[in-house]
Design a protein around this ligand. Structure first.
Ligand code: HEC
Ligand code: HEC
Length: 193
């Protein structure tokens, strides 16, 4: 009886303020989580991200996702073929803008794509399938939700918002992406139908 009374008081107290956004520690409902995943999905399938996450063995280029020039291939570890490693052309940072357009972007982590046994395909995957794949440790490189969240700080991910001169960054601002991810995760990482 006492518990019901306390709950009622808390519910009434909560009605005073604006309660559209779940407060810290409160679990967002499934529908809210699914909507948040929509924002996450749009980022994963933005050209800056999915060009390194193709179904085939060549990375993609540009907003239209054309197959990478010069017959560049994933290779045995995702770092390219012997003699044509990604880092032959892609340095440790984006070249300065005075190098002009169409220069290979760079990254401190060493430019590479996922390995052939674990391709982490984002291109052309339907929302529900993408959602299930992303959170499945058997298919995402053994990451649980905490490890995935940490991966969002990875330099190759962050590069999407600083992709070098002449290239469009991911359209959803980074803080908005992280907020959507956290809402999705807090809701129990529900997938759309
Ligand atoms: C230069 C290539 C490259 C780019 C660009 C890139 N990734 Fe990745 N991504 C990788 C590689 C390689 C892995 C595998 C883990 C590793 O080696 O870091 C990976 C793994 C991941 C994973 C964890 C595995 C999974 O499927 O759940 C996520 C999530 C991810 N990337 C998201 C992104 C997002 C979001 C962007 C764009 C903002 C992005 N990636 C851009 C290469 C890239
Ligand atoms: C022979 C040089 C060379 C090699 C080797 C090379 N690249 Fe590139 N890459 C380029 C150039 C040049 C560009 C820029 C093209 C442009 O902007 O039109 C580029 C652009 C890209 C982009 C496009 C970024 C975007 O979103 O538009 C991705 C992704 C990429 N490379 C991945 C790779 C991966 C992964 C490897 C290794 C498996 C690799 N590249 C090997 C020269 C190379």
């Amino acid at each position: 009886m006492m518990r019901i009374f306390v709950t009622l008081v808390l519910v009434l107290a909560g009605c005073g303020g604006k309660q559209t956004v779940p407060s810290a520690g409160e679990k967002p409902d499934e529908a809210t989580g699914v909507v948040a995943f929509g924002t996450v999905r749009a980022v994963l399938q933005h050209p800056r991200c999915q060009n390194c996450h193709p179904a085939g063995d060549a990375p993609l280029q540009g907003n239209e996702g054309r197959v990478h020039a010069m017959n560049v291939q994933r290779g045995p570890t995702g770092h390219g073929m012997v003699g044509a490693e990604c880092t032959t052309c892609h340095g440790p940072a984006n070249p300065p803008s005075n190098y002009g357009l169409h220069v290979p972007p760079g990254n401190i982590k060493g430019w590479h794509m996922p390995k052939p046994e674990e391709k982490l395909v984002f291109v052309g995957v339907a929302p529900r399938a993408l959602c299930e794949q992303i959170k499945d440790p058997a298919r995402n490189g053994g990451m649980d939700m905490a490890a995935l969240r940490t991966h969002l700080e990875d330099p190759l991910v962050k590069w999407g918002w600083n992709p070098g001169y002449g290239r469009e960054p991911v359209s959803t601002p980074y803080p908005e992406f992280i907020a959507a991810w956290e809402t999705w995760a807090a809701a129990g990482a529900p997938c759309p139908n």
